[in-house]
Design a protein around this ligand. Structure first.
Ligand code: ATP
Ligand code: MG
Length: 390
């Protein structure tokens, strides 16, 4: 494949909106390929800001901050889906921005996201939009029991209330501040999977092997690859849906789509994220190219390659809860030495000094010669860390 003429080569500076752990791992990938980096995030101790060449410490919509990012960066991406689309659109006036503000804005709103799935011929959960008391009253009984989710700004199960009855639904909408919501029918899940794709400026799309994801309390806990329960038919359908969704957004960059596989075998799209995803962190250690490297390649116009999983693996999220074993009030560092004594463990900590319950502090990837071997070591690591067996 010939390299495009307008490719942004190593030595240039890549900018990222947002300074969280996804930005940090993007910065690591960009730097290892010889790029300089610039992070825009107001937090002086943000995980990505701590490791970047430049850190612009302003809010996302700060005019001076955006002007500075456009001045120092040759191209810009985002690591956080709630970066205001207007900031990306403004940056795009002077620099290549991938993904575009328009594509990100679709992912920021559950109602638009679901409409996009439907337009692509991809099934999603039966749902109703609730913006007004009239729409609330008109909700059909067939959507109960359901989950009321805020249309915007939800993550890790925040902004969601499970409701069984109409009275609970009314109370839940009050609890969520009567903001725009989507009520989704509660579906019987057999298991959950996700697909991460990268799409280049030339329209080429590549995908990672499907991930199987276990959530606890609405937060991703464990990712297993290859996905143990998935049939060939399910994975082919998920890949085809993901390619279609990315292409019809004219997407450039890394995009993750989460799917539910139902007890009757049907597959429905849950939501998408316009950036690398927590369920793709294993790609750093278990694939020949990581989701973060593909983010770099897509935004710079470098060739994409179909990623290959070279090791079966599991990824365990390391939440702040692990720093407070057995109700201990003071923060205690987990026993990393014991975990690292197990072969095939790869520890990633995000540089966050303060552990809080449910806060993503890091992740542990466990690779093995076989899925069974990886699982056995992952269970040992989990026992050491105080993560419940899976
Ligand atoms: P994320 O951190 O992935 O952005 P989120 O807060 O946006 O999470 P969702 O992905 O919508 O939340 O839901 C979190 C979890 O709740 C899902 O992974 C799934 O386990 C469960 N869930 C959500 N919607 C449904 C549904 N309609 N039926 C059954 N379970 C659901
Ligand atoms: Mg989700």
């Amino acid at each position: 494949m010939s390299v495009q003429k307008d490719v942004i080569l190593p030595g240039a500076t890549l900018g990222v909106m947002g300074g969280g752990q996804l930005g940090r791992m993007f910065v690591h990938a960009a730097q290892s390929m010889g790029y300089r980096t610039a992070v825009l995030d107001a937090d002086a101790t943000s995980p990505a800001g701590l490791v970047s060449h430049a850190h612009i410490q302003t809010p996302y919509l700060d005019a001076a901050g955006l002007a500075e990012l456009a001045r120092v960066a040759d191209a810009v991406t985002t690591e956080f889906e709630n970066v205001p689309a207007a900031a990306l659109t403004q940056l795009a006036q002077s620099r290549p921005v991938a993904p575009s503000g328009e594509a990100v804005s679709v992912c920021q709103d559950r109602a638009r996201e679901k409409a996009h799935f439907v337009a692509c011929g991809v099934d999603c959960a039966p749902h109703a939009l609730i913006d007004t008391p009239e729409q609330l009253a008109a909700v059909g009984d067939d959507l109960l029991p359901g989950i009321l989710k805020t249309a915007r700004l939800g993550y890790d199960g925040k902004g969601q209330v499970r409701v069984k009855t109409r009275a609970e639904l009314i109370a839940a909408w009050d609890e969520l501040g009567r903001v725009g919501c989507v009520l989704e029918k509660m579906l019987p899940l057999a298991y959950e999977v996700s697909v991460i794709v990268a799409r280049g400026r030339d329209g080429q799309v590549v995908h990672f092997p499907l991930q199987q994801n276990l959530h606890r309390d609405g937060i991703l806990a464990v990712t297993t690859v290859p996905a143990p329960n998935v049939t060939d038919a399910v994975s082919q359908q998920a890949y085809a849906s993901a390619h279609q969704i990315a292409a019809s957004l004219n997407y450039v960059g890394v995009l993750c789509i989460e799917f539910f596989v139902l007890t009757d075998g049907r597959i429905v799209a849950n939501e998408m994220a316009p950036r690398p995803h927590n369920s793709g962190h294993h790609t750093i250690d278990a694939c020949d190219v990581s989701q973060f490297e593909l983010q770099v390649r897509a935004m710079t116009g470098l060739p994409l390659v179909a990623p290959v999983l070279h090791s079966p693996c599991l990824m365990l999220n390391l939440l702040g809860d692990l720093w407070f074993p057995d109700g201990v009030a003071e923060q205690v560092e987990p026993d990393w030495a014991a975990v690292l004594a197990l072969s095939g463990t790869h520890l990633h900590l995000y540089g966050k000094t303060e552990a809080r319950r449910a806060r993503k502090m890091g992740h542990l990837t466990v690779t093995g010669a076989t899925p069974e071997a990886a699982r056995e070591v992952a269970l040992k690591a989990a026992a050491i860390l105080g993560i419940a067996p899976f």
